[in-house]
Design a protein around this ligand. Structure first.
Ligand SMILES: [Zn+2]
Ligand SMILES: [Zn+2]
Length: 289
């Protein structure tokens, strides 16, 4: 099934490889109805080549492209906001709340940069204890979900990016699952959709999306919503792994997922065609374009 939408992608305005227009053309080739752009909001500590000025250029270019492609595809102008840096994002139409970093011992380090960076950080700040590291991440994630006014939560379990095959820790261990479930529960209680993210597949770190099935089942049990996104950093990755996500979501009990349109979220039934979405509805946390 073709979901025909993605609300999480990056371009040359931050750490992506393609221009916004190249991404839009790739989306049109895939028959997308909507494409949401989510530049990494500038922070003093993230090494992506953006700036407040570049962000303004990005929004202007997307507004122009929205006019150029009006009637063919809906363009949404969003940003991915990192938890550790507070600033104004009111110029955006929607936000993704994500945590890419952890702060420990006065140092901010990335959790998703490379397996080597993670290994070094776990050694240095957690005495090599991956469960303590994951707990710190999920405690931060729970705080993020508690205060989030974003449209949805990005990659809630990013700490598992380099953990395929339980390479560093066992994802069914209560020491991992306990704190992860707590973060998921806060997100669902706050009505925040949680993302299924395939970014690590296109980057060659994983063959499966995250969250893992244990967390997905818990989201379903709690009545939470999910949105499938590729977190694409290049045009060819726009819908990587979407079929796998649909299959996984179905096997975890979901009968629909969300997709982001210019009028808000709509539910896409996982049985049948994406052309007949179930109930269109407004999403909490969406600013009106
Ligand atoms: Zn991210
Ligand atoms: Zn991203």
């Amino acid at each position: 099934m073709n979901l025909r939408s993605n609300a999480h992608c990056h371009t040359v305005y931050c750490d992506g490889k393609n221009t916004p227009e190249e991404m839009i053309r790739a989306a049109l080739e895939r028959n997308f109805v909507s494409l949401g752009f989510s530049i990494h909001g500038w922070t003093p500590y993230e090494p992506t080549p953006t700036s407040i000025e570049r962000e303004a250029e990005y929004r202007a270019e997307l507004r122009a492209l929205r006019e150029k492609y009006r009637g063919r595809i809906e363009i949404l102008i969003g940003a991915e906001r990192d938890f550790l840096y507070e600033r104004d994002f009111s110029d955006y139409e929607y936000l993704i709340d994500s945590a890419h970093c952890l702060e420990r011992d006065g140092e901010i380090f990335d959790v998703d940069w490379s397996p080597e960076v993670t290994e070094r950080a776990v050694e240095r700040h957690f005495g090599g204890d991956y469960y303590a590291y994951c707990r710190a991440y999920y405690e931060q994630e729970a705080r993020l979900c508690e205060k989030s006014d974003a449209a949805f939560i990005g990659h809630i379990d990013l700490v598992s990016k380099f953990n395929e095959g339980n390479r560093c820790f066992d994802e069914s261990d209560p020491r991992y699952l306990g704190p992860a479930m707590e973060a998921v529960e806060v997100a669902v209680r706050r009505g925040k959709p949680i993302e299924m993210n395939t970014g690590a597949i296109s980057r060659g770190y994983r063959t499966t999306p995250y969250p893992n099935p244990l967390l997905l089942r818990r989201i379903r049990e709690l009545g939470g919503e999910i949105i499938i996104n590729s977190d694409a950093h290049e045009a060819s990755a726009l819908d990587v792994g979407f079929d796998l996500c649909v299959e996984l979501a179905r096997s975890c009990g979901f009968d629909h997922v969300l997709r982001l349109r210019s009028h808000g979220f709509e539910e896409v039934g996982l049985v049948g065609s994406a052309d007949s979405p179930l109930l269109p509805r407004w999403g909490d946390g969406l600013l009106t374009p």
